[in-house]
Write a protein that binds this ligand. Structure first.
Ligand code: TTP
Ligand code: MG
Length: 367
């Protein structure tokens, strides 16, 4: 029998992202929280930052990375919980092993998110949408948690798609749909386009991918350099980067730019705690370790400095990383005296824990 003619998939890429990951695990483990606004993060009466919130809490405007105090003001009835990372790591490991049952080509991005290339499915399943359904079912059966998945011919579109129907979503962009799909896609959805680039693009009247197409490659390259090329490609819905099962980045880091410059050192330390937790989890997810703590600061006048300290031993907790970064902040910067607009923390000099196989970084398209 002739196979049914479907759209031609050169590559079948999935992006899988767990829904309200930390909060969903807390609700799973304490069913009396079901349906309630659950907010996982730091102390709402101190300098804490929100890690994540259940979808019920998000209705009040609560979201990741806002201060827990602000979350409390928005949602006073919210149930505030401190994170228990060991539980999140355990769930993450189970999820990663489910993903690997479908293909070796799994690229984890964080504890709760990964790309898969299922062009060659391990058990020969041809339909990538069926693979995504199976993965969602497997994850739910094993962890009692829901995931959202995106299915597309490349990583960029798969990631955009997985975010479109959260929670418990499954969104497909077939090769035939790509051209239409991207037209109305906001440029903000393109990896590497943060608030600053978004503003720069808006100044050129570029808001959607259709506008990037109209602007053309030459204009974008003249305005944004190498990144302009990538922008043009994404504007057409193209991304030929591969799913890379394992690679060792040079540094893992986390940072944020503030809406208002700040001289408040305690606030900055609170941000660093959040960064240290994120970087720590990222290290765990990728089985990496590193001894060099890097603090990055941008002052109000855009002067950018980095300060680093190499520890004697590999840190054993995020708190150790946090303390080192706080010492650097207090002794090696002008924080508190000069307003700060961005703070970040990284671990560099990374190596794999107990692994001999190493791959180098893929050529980085983004600046
Ligand atoms: P996300 O996948 O960004 O968020 P989420 O899973 O909570 O919600 P959803 O995907 O449904 O929108 O992040 C995964 C986990 O990483 C999140 O549960 C908590 C942690 N995290 C932080 O600690 N701080 C942050 O700023 C972000 C964005 C996530
Ligand atoms: Mg998630």
């Amino acid at each position: 029998m002739k196979p049914k003619m479907g759209p031609k998939w050169k590559r079948k890429i999935l992006h899988v992202d767990m829904d309200a990951f930390f909060a969903a695990i807390e609700v799973r483990d304490n069913p009396s929280l079901k349906g309630k606004p659950v907010i996982v993060g730091g102390d709402p009466y101190g300098r804490g930052v929100v890690s994540t919130a259940s979808y019920e809490a998000r209705k009040f405007g609560v979201h990741s990375a806002m201060s827990s105090a602000a979350a409390r003001r928005l949602c006073p009835q919210g149930i505030f919980l401190r994170p228990s990372f060991h539980k999140y790591e355990e769930a993450s490991e189970r999820i990663q092993s489910i993903l690997r049952q479908h293909t070796d080509l799994v690229e984890p991005l964080s504890l709760d998110e990964a790309y898969l290339d299922v062009t060659e499915h391990r058990l020969g399943v041809e339909d990538p949408v069926l693979v995504a359904k199976l993965i969602k079912q497997n994850i739910f059966a094993v962890t009692h948690l829901t995931a959202s998945a995106g299915v597309a011919p490349n990583k960029f579109l798969a990631k955009v798609a997985s975010d479109m129907n959260k929670p418990n979503g499954l969104t497909v962009v077939t090769p035939h749909q790509v051209a239409d799909f991207v037209l109305d896609l906001p440029v903000r959805k393109i990896p590497g386009v943060g608030p600053v680039t978004e503003r720069e693009l808006a100044a050129e009247k570029i808001f959607f991918c259709r506008d990037l197409q109209r602007a053309g490659r030459d204009f974008l390259a003249s305005r944004f350099g190498k990144f302009g090329w990538a922008l043009y490609e994404r504007g057409l819905g193209r991304d030929d980067s591969s799913v890379i099962a394992e690679w060792t980045p040079k540094q893992l880091s986390s940072e944020e730019t503030f809406a208002k410059d700040t001289k408040d050192v305690e606030f900055l330390k609170g941000q660093l705690a959040q960064d240290a937790q994120r970087v720590w989890m990222d290290l765990k997810t990728r089985d990496l370790e590193g001894k060099t703590v890097v603090l990055k600061l941008k002052y109000f006048d855009f002067e950018l400095i980095t300060r680093s300290q190499t520890l004697e031993d590999f840190p054993e907790s995020w708190q150790e990383i946090h303390q080192t970064a706080c010492r650097l902040l207090e002794h090696k910067t002008n924080a508190g005296r000069r307003p700060v607009r961005l703070i970040g923390l990284g671990i560099s000099g990374l190596s794999e824990i107990g692994s001999v196989r190493k791959k180098s970084l893929p050529a980085d398209l983004f600046r």
